[in-house]
Design a protein around this ligand. Structure first.
Ligand code: SF4
Length: 344
């Protein structure tokens, strides 16, 4: 079995020879840029993140620019990337850094972790990449490499399993070259030790890897126990009047918080006759399915439903994707933006 030293050596050697060094957030020590990339990369592929990362930085080159932006503009630039609480927390944290730290990102890992939306691993990554602190990381990629290498069984959502993984991560993280080591572990998980079909023949850890030796790659890391996915069924009221569409800004927290959507009703009653049914669809969230039946309504007053708070009317042609007419700086979830595009 590896000693921590030989594990580190192999991993750092791999980074020097094969590590990814050319992504837009590599080669910077700016904590704002590193933080932004770490948050965007959570649950999201690199190729999808790059254009969002670049557009975000072009509009908000500094953390103070982000702190001073309106929430609509922040959500607009995040629209389509999903997991919108990330954007809301990013905005909140930027405001705290601007106000409580005079716009300078804190260096202490504990102070970093106290900011909204930053967990222990992200705080460790920012502290190591920006400030050369010897802090460990444990994102999804690193969890996979460690679970396989050391045969740590069970789902990482269980506290005992997570504790074992953190203990290994802490033990193996070197006090020198921490940034290179952390980057290498992320790269190994993302490029070599992938979820399915890992490229063990390219892996610097193959010689001692528990999962490879025991033929347990598909069982490690342990999967989340399966539960039946709940389903929620709603109507979306597509109210179009004089080529203007009515949208409603959702409350700041919860699903799609702060984004603009169609007024929504639970499907507890049959569809009344004077609505026109549009094509229904299912949108999958990480923890449930949302079954949507859009209903075209010519006048909201005919529905007998009060206009919800925080509504506004927008010209339909603003949402025509072919004309690239994304001139309205508001945040829209992808299914809303697709439905608007099909109507405009
Ligand atoms: S040998 Fe294979 S399974 Fe083991 S850490 Fe390397 S890539 Fe992953």
């Amino acid at each position: 079995m590896w000693s921590a030293n030989s594990f580190q050596r192999k991993v750092i050697e791999y980074y020097r020879q094969h590590g990814r060094k050319h992504l837009p957030w590599h080669g910077t020590k700016d904590p704002y840029r590193i933080w932004l990339s770490e948050i965007m990369l959570q649950q999201t592929q690199v190729a999808r993140v790059i254009p969002y990362y670049e557009a975000f930085l072009e509009r908000f080159p500094t953390i103070v620019d982000l702190a001073e932006a309106s929430s609509d503009e922040v959500m607009h630039l995040w629209s389509g990337l999903g997991y919108y609480s990330r954007a809301r927390n990013l905005h909140k944290a930027a405001k705290i850094v601007a106000k409580d730290f005079a716009g300078t990102f804190p260096q202490d890992p504990e102070e970093i972790e106290a900011l909204p939306g930053i967990g222990r691993s992200t705080a460790g990554a920012i502290a190591a990449f920006s400030f050369d602190k010897p802090t460990a990381i444990l994102d999804g990629n690193v969890k996979r490499v460690l679970a396989r290498c050391y045969g740590i069984e069970g789902w990482a959502g269980k506290s005992a399993v997570l504790k074992s993984l953190w203990a290994k991560a802490e033990k193996n993280t070197p006090s020198q070259n921490t940034a290179q080591y952390n980057q290498a572990m992320m790269d190994l998980g993302a490029v070599v030790c992938t979820r399915s079909k890992p490229k063990c023949e390219q892996c610097p850890l193959a010689k001692e890897c528990y999962a490879l030796k025991q033929d347990m790659i598909s069982e490690l890391p342990g999967k989340k126990p399966k539960k039946t996915r709940p389903k929620r069924s709603v109507y979306w009221l597509v109210c179009i009047d004089n080529n203007q569409v009515l949208l409603h800004k959702r409350p700041p927290s919860g699903i799609w918080g702060g984004l603009w959507c169609f007024p929504e009703l639970d499907q507890t009653a049959p569809i009344p006759e004077h609505y026109e049914q549009l094509s229904s669809f299912v949108h999958k969230f990480s923890h449930y399915d949302l079954e949507v039946q859009p209903l075209l309504v010519k006048k909201l007053s005919k529905t007998g439903i009060m206009e919800p708070n925080e509504t506004d009317r927008f010209a339909l042609n603003l949402f025509d994707k072919k004309k690239q007419a994304k001139t309205t700086a508001i945040g829209l979830p992808t299914p809303v933006s697709n439905l608007l595009a099909s109507l405009s």
